[in-house]
Design a protein around this ligand. Structure first.
Ligand code: EPZ
Length: 430
């Protein structure tokens, strides 16, 4: 099994280019099949979850032309099935966007229950509620979500919780429904705005994305477009926090600094310097960083997808910090792995109390999910000695060329697949 092997202790310095946003691209690839015309998507991240979704739309008949690693041309006129089920797609969460896309286009969709990271109970009741209010019947049968409507009609939908997935899914389906849809208590993440912009460029009529009320006037059909995905704010944030944790100096390029404000604010609080440019941010770590508090919240609050990474930063700060997780109830499982590296963390319910330590030490740890895995990599880069991280397939779901990008800013990290390769790595690194 492939693992990352890391020799830590080197401050990361240099420049790194951020890829397209995975969680926006998932919605955008699904949206692309809603027209019979050709859609070209650029700045796609070359990561596992996106590649699985693209292979899956090809499997149901969409014509897919890979222009290059980051650009794909999709034509949905050749789709011959609304039944989405394969071993790979079962493992990703973004598969559920095919429900909204196929239901909008064909009034029927059968999609395997979504997988994704095991970070707590991840219900889909709000997706169900949204589709039902648009006039569909939704049931779960043999592990599949089956949604069907004679016709979809606009509706006034008030979400009970702020949910990214259900907001995007209802936007997709409602774009081709008859009449007007209003989504209240909508999620406001940058990827919601990106998917809405993409749908609008296909002829949809969506207003208010990025606020908590989204208004959609249904149109009878969508047309082809060329669209470029926004940069991934979580990948960017991971490199920003890696600069802080390793006391490095990284220019993180191809970002939208506005999307990173919650992260920038915390970096200032702990004592880092942050310089903002038009499409880049530089983070300079401080030898002595201060403790702080954070609570995860829907955008524009501090993102849950950055919670494990800030825990690593706090682990190396002076004093006691707290991290409150308010989105997913089971997102602290990685704490046991961090404590193997010498971190001092106590979890009480949904709060982690982190007592800063002077340093971490290398250990053999497991990536338990995507962001937890990335946080362990950051911890390994700070730790004295060697760290090996198993189950890196989780990390590869959402970080393009993570090890390569890290090496380009001075990290000593390799993918190793055998004891021999581990020995070789130890021999090569200084
Ligand atoms: C998306 O998950 C992201 N995944 C997650 O990123 C991210 O952590 C999350 O949004 C929050 O930002 C994708 O975009 C593929 P939600 P999603 O619906 O859509 C509750 C990563 O690391 N809820 O916004 O599944 C839910 O339990 C991943 O890239 C319901 O109760 O999240 C949670 O408490 C991990 N009923 C809250 O809402 C529902 O029907 C937010 O979930 C739906 C959600």
């Amino acid at each position: 099994m492939e693992k990352y092997m890391i020799k830590g202790g080197t401050p990361l310095t240099g420049e790194v280019e951020i890829s397209g946003a995975k969680n926006a691209a998932l919605g955008i690839v699904a949206a692309a099949i809603m027209t019979d015309e050709t859609v070209t998507i650029e700045n796609l991240p070359d990561v596992r979850d996106i590649n699985v979704l693209i292979d899956t739309i090809a499997e149901i008949g969409a014509t897919v032309e890979r222009v290059n690693r980051h650009c794909v041309r999709i034509n949905g006129s050749t789709i011959h099935s609304v039944h989405v089920d394969n071993e790979q797609v079962k493992k990703i969460r973004g598969s559920y966007y095919l429900l909204g896309a196929l239901l909008g286009k064909f009034n029927k969709a059968e999609v395997t229950l979504p997988g994704g990271c095991n970070i707590g109970s991840r219900p889909i009741d709000q997706h169900d509620k949204g589709f039902t209010m648009l006039g569909a019947s939704v049931k779960i049968e043999y592990g599949m979500i089956v949604a069907e409507a004679e016709r979809l009609s606009g509706a006034h939908i008030f979400f009970d919780v702020v949910t990214v997935g259900a907001t995007i899914n209802v936007m997709l389906a409602a774009s081709l429904a008859e009449g007007n849809t209003i989504i209240e208590n909508a999620a406001k993440e940058p990827h919601i705005v990106d998917v809405a912009n993409m749908l609008n460029s296909m002829g949809a009529n969506i207003k208010g994305a990025g606020t908590d009320v989204i208004r959609i006037k249904g149109v009878s059909k969508l047309h082809g477009t060329e669209y470029s995905v926004i940069p991934d704010q979580i990948e960017a944030g991971t490199f920003m926090f890696a600069a802080a944790a390793t006391r490095g100096n990284i220019l993180v390029k191809n970002v939208i600094p506005k999307h990173l404000e919650a992260l920038t604010a915390k970096l200032y609080e702990v004592g880092c310097s942050v310089e903002e440019y038009d499409d880049a941010v530089r983070v300079i770590g401080n030898p002595i960083q201060k403790s702080s508090q954070v609570k995860t919240l829907p955008y524009p609050g501090f993102p849950t997808d950055m919670q494990p990474q800030i825990t690593v930063v706090f682990s190396l700060a002076k004093g006691t910090s707290t991290v409150t997780e308010s989105i997913f109830e089971n997102r602290f499982k990685y704490v046991d792995e961090l404590t193997k590296m010498g971190a001092k963390i106590r979890v009480e319910g949904n709060i982690a109390v982190i007592e800063g330590v002077d340093g971490l030490t290398g250990a053999n740890v497991n990536a338990l999910d995507l962001r937890a895995g990335a946080a362990l990599v950051v911890a390994g880069l700070c730790a004295e000695g060697y760290t090996t991280i198993d189950d890196i397939h989780y990390i590869q779901r959402g970080y393009e060329n993570f090890d390569q990008k890290l090496r380009s800013i001075g990290a000593q990290i390799e993918i190793v697949d055998s004891e021999k390769e581990e020995q070789k790595f130890k021999f090569q690194v200084i």
